[in-house]
Each structure stands twice: as structure tokens, then as C-alpha cells.
Design a binder for this molecule. Structure first.
Ligand code: F6P
Length: 467
């Protein structure tokens, strides 16, 4: 496996030189000179169209970026990821989330999924519970919360509490009765202080029914969970929505829809494994991000889903991208001399337009944006298109006062789905997962550990013990 810094690759130096030329080029002129651009800089994955024509790059840029991916040994790394080899070296683990959505999953995965289907069907069918409350944080909360918010069919009232601030749990329990409430405690370690505090508070409230999702079965049983669904050390928290960590979402959307979600993820795995680099959507997303961060100097990345159902996507992707690739040392322990993950932020359009788009259009920082077109309705799509065009082309009218001028030349991509469905959401999340992986390979960092959060986890216990 290639463990050298990317800066040692011949393609890196060529990209750096090539970027100089792009500093003076404007997307307005590029589109004017190349009428084929709008169809050329587009790639398709199952159910998703990726339009990166508004990125500040050309055919040569793309070729050099593909060379970089090859020189980084992407093929070998990809094979290691997809076949469940140890890619998380600091914890000596695989990162085999793709096995959770495979057509031929390991036995333990198939058994767990079947158990989840039975339980979720019973809970939805028998109406023994009026409320399901997911207690978890980070990857044990953000994924199922996103899915439930986007795809709940209304058959069951499913809520989430993540914050140790009691107000969060109080909200989740408004109007609920203990005998009709099922708590699902999701914690891979069953040791995260906030989740344990919320679980204890749920018991103190009079909660009687507890399921757990954890790799620490003994601790979950000691707590009194009547059902413990397993998690495995080869599934990272932020990649666990496909596992039993998604159980509350499965209760909200129904087992068949959850199966469709898994299917969508699997289709993208197959695309990622087989499509040539220049047509491979997660690879292209990753390389556009590398180009912007490392060669055009962009420090942040916006995600703008134009669908209310996807309003929680930016929060989900913040953990996925920043916990995975917010790293300062490479796989050999050396401090890196190049940028790794940009700060990811965003909000649902069109609401975001009336908040921070001013900065996107006229601020001093260039913020590349991913627009997500979920085909929800014509007005939304028109707004999305307008924003992407205004960012790319700006205005070219010197008669306007400077405060009314739009410089343009601000890069963005458009990911289009035909609708927000379980299968499409599976596709979208899997695309971003593989994007993150490819960037980790380019940057020579381990995308699957999160040592940076450990210190902040330990200190509160010490501080509390001194009080
Ligand atoms: O924030 C750190 C982290 O370890 C995340 O990676 C994880 O998703 C979250 O805490 C929750 O951990 P657990 O599922 O063990 O409670």
C-alpha cells in the first residue's frame, strides 16, 4: 500500500503548476468557449447525476487528478476497503460498512437484519408502543435521525435525544407514557457519558421498555435491555446507520423501506468498485474536493440540499467528513504539510439563501458548494439552478456600483436525484462515504479513527470528580 505523502507524487507537482493557469480563468468565459462543457462534465451513478461543470477545472485538470488517484494506489486501497481488510490501522480494524448492505452479507449481519425486520414489524403492527425514543449521540444518532426525518411514514412517533442537556430528552418525551414508550439505547461502546446519562434519566422517568444496540452486550444487559442488537468493531459509528444503529429509523420508515435504503447503498458500492475513475461519481466528488482544498486554497465546503426532507444532511455529513478526515498526521505518524478535510457546513435551500448566501456570492472567501437537487418541485429546482449559475457566472456589468457586482467564478456541483426515496438516500449517503474514503487515500490519512475526540471525552469525568 502507498504510504508516501501525496506531495511526493509527480501528479501533485503538475497539478500545482497547472493551478496557476486557473487563477486567471473565469467560468463565464470557459462556458462561453466550450458549449459541450455542460454535458461533458457530468457523470452518472445509479439514480444520481453528478454535474461538476461549474467546478473550476478542465479536461487536463481531470486527467491530472485521475493520475494522482492512481499514483496514490486508489485501486489497491479500494479493494482493501471493500473486502474487509484492516484499513483502520491505529485501531487494527476493518471498516467494512459495505458488508452491511451487501447482497451476500456475513451470516451475523444477515441474522441481525432479519431480527430487526421482525422486531420493527411487530412494533409497527401491534401498536404496543406509541413512542420510540432513540438515545445515542454522534453516529448513534445522526444517521437514524436523518433517515427518520426524511422518510418516516407516520405509522409510529419516533423521536431522538442526543444532548446530555435534559431539555432534549424532555422534548422527546412530551406527551409520552412510560408503559407505551420504547427506548432504543444506541451506543457502540455503551460507555458514552451523555448517552448513559440519558438512559439513566429515561429509567428515572419510569421507562420500562429498553432495547439496546451495542457491541458491549454485557453492559447493555446489565442495564436491563430486554433485546440487544449487535454492533461490530469493524463498523465505525459514523458508518453505522446501515446496521442495527438504524433500528429507530427502520421503525419510522418500515422494514421494506429500510431494505430499499440498503439496496441504494449497495448500488453505489458496485459503481464505486467498477466504474472507471473519470466516470466514478464518488471519485470525482473526492477529486473536485482535493482540487479545491489543496490547489485552489478553499478552506470550507458547503452542502445545500434543496429539499426539506434532507435538512439534516449537512449535520450528518459534518460528522462523516470532519470526524473522518479532520486529521493532522498521516498514516505513518508524520505531520502533514497540506490541507486535509475542509470545514463542512450548510443548510437546506431555499432557507439558506436568506441567511448565508450573501457571503457565498460576495464574501472574501471562496466556498465550493454541493447543491443537492432532489427533484422536489419546480420552484426549488429553479432556485437551485439560479444559485449555481449566479455563483459561477456572476455579473459582467461595469456600469453597476461595486456593491451590486457579483464576481462569480465560485465553484459548485449539482447532485440530482429524481425524488427523496429510501433507495436514493442510501445512494446519496454511500456516495459521500466513498468520497471521504478516496480523499483519505489521497491525503494518506486514516479516515476511520477519531482520536481527536477522546481527550474531550475523558476530561469531563475528571472535572466532575473534582467538584
Ligand atoms: O464522538 C466520538 C464518537 O466516538 C463517535 O465516533 C461516535 O459516533 C459517538 O462518539 C458515539 O459513540 P458510541 O456509539 O460508542 O456511544
Amino acid at each position: 500500500m502507498n504510504l508516501t505523502p501525496p506531495t511526493a507524487c509527480p501528479a501533485w507537482a503538475r497539478l500545482a503548476a497547472h493551478a496557476e493557469g486557473w487563477r486567471t480563468l473565469h467560468l463565464r468565459e470557459i462556458f462561453a468557449h466550450d458549449v459541450t462543457r455542460a454535458v461533458q462534465f457530468v457523470a452518472e451513478a445509479p439514480g444520481v447525476r453528478y454535474d461538476y461543470s461549474r467546478q473550476r477545472m478542465g479536461a487536463i485538470t481531470l486527467r491530472l487528478l485521475s493520475h494522482l488517484a492512481e499514483q496514490r494506489g486508489l485501486g489497491q486501497w479500494r479493494e482493501a476497503l471493500l473486502s474487509g481488510k484492516v484499513v483502520n490501522t491505529t485501531e487494527n480494524r476493518a471498516a467494512w460498512h459495505t458488508a452491511l448492505r451487501s447482497a451476500t452479507p456475513p451470516r451475523e449481519v444477515a441474522d441481525t437484519l432479519q431480527r430487526m425486520r421482525v422486531l420493527a414489524s411487530e412494533i409497527r403492527g401491534r401498536k404496543a408502543f406509541q413512542r420510540v425514543v432513540n438515545l445515542g449521540t454522534g453516529g448513534s444518532d445522526l444517521g437514524p435521525r436523518l433517515l427518520a426525518d426524511a422518510l418516516s411514514d407516520g405509522a409510529l412517533d419516533v423521536r431522538f435525544a442526543a444532548n446530555v442537556d435534559p431539555r432534549d430528552l424532555a422534548h422527546a418525551l412530551e406527551g409520552a407514557r412510560p408503559e407505551e414508550t420504547l427506548f432504543v439505547i444506541v451506543s457502540k461502546t455503551f460507555a458514552t457519558q451523555e448517552t448513559m446519562a440519558n438512559a439513566a434519566a429515561a429509567k428515572a422517568w419510569g421507562g420500562k421498555h429498553f432495547f439496546a444496540v451495542s457491541s458491549n452486550v454485557a453492559a447493555a444487559q446489565r442495564f436491563g435491555a430486554s433485546e440487544v442488537l449487535p454492533m461490530w468493531d469493524w463498523v465505525g459509528g459514523r458508518y453505522s446507520v446501515w446496521s442495527a444503529a438504524g433500528f429507530a429509523a427502520q421503525c419510522a420508515m418500515g422494514p421494506e423501506n429500510f431494505d430499499d435504503f440498503l439496496l441504494g447503498g449497495r448500488e453505489i458500492d458496485e459503481h464505486f468498485a467498477a466504474a472507471p475513475l473519470e466516470k466514478n461519481v464518488p471519485v470525482l466528488m473526492a477529486l473536485a474536493g482535493v482540487w479545491n482544498a489543496n490547489f485552489l486554497g478553499c478552506a470550507t465546503q458547503a452542502v445545500l440540499p434543496y429539499a426539506n426532507a434532507l435538512r439534516l444532511l449537512p449535520a450528518y455529513l459534518q460528522q462523516l467528513e470532519m470526524e473522518s478526515n479532520g486529521k493532522r498526521v498521516d498514516r505513518t505518524g508524520r505531520e502533514v504539510e497540506y490541507a486535509t478535510a475542509p470545514v463542512l457546513w450548510g443548510a437546506e435551500g431555499t432557507v439558506s439563501q436568506h441567511s448565508f448566501h450573501q457571503l457565498l456570492h460576495q464574501g472574501t472567501q471562496i466556498v465550493p458548494a454541493d447543491f443537492i437537487d432532489a427533484g422536489e418541485n419546480d420552484i426549488l429546482v429553479a432556485h437551485l439552478q439560479a444559485q449555481a449559475d449566479a455563483l459561477a457566472y456572476g455579473t459582467d456589468d461595469p456600469s453597476l456600483p461595486s456593491y451590486r457586482q457579483y464576481p462569480g467564478n465560485r465553484p459548485s456541483s449539482i447532485l440530482s436525484l429524481d425524488k427523496v426515496t429510501p433507495r436514493n438516500l442510501g445512494r446519496l449517503i454511500a456516495l459521500y462515504e466513498h468520497k471521504v474514503f478516496v480523499q483519505g487515500v489521497v491525503w494518506n490519512i486514516n479516515s476511520f479513527d477519531q482520536w481527536g475526540v477522546e481527550l474531550g471525552k475523558q476530561l469531563p469525568t475528571e472535572i466532575l470528580s473534582r467538584r
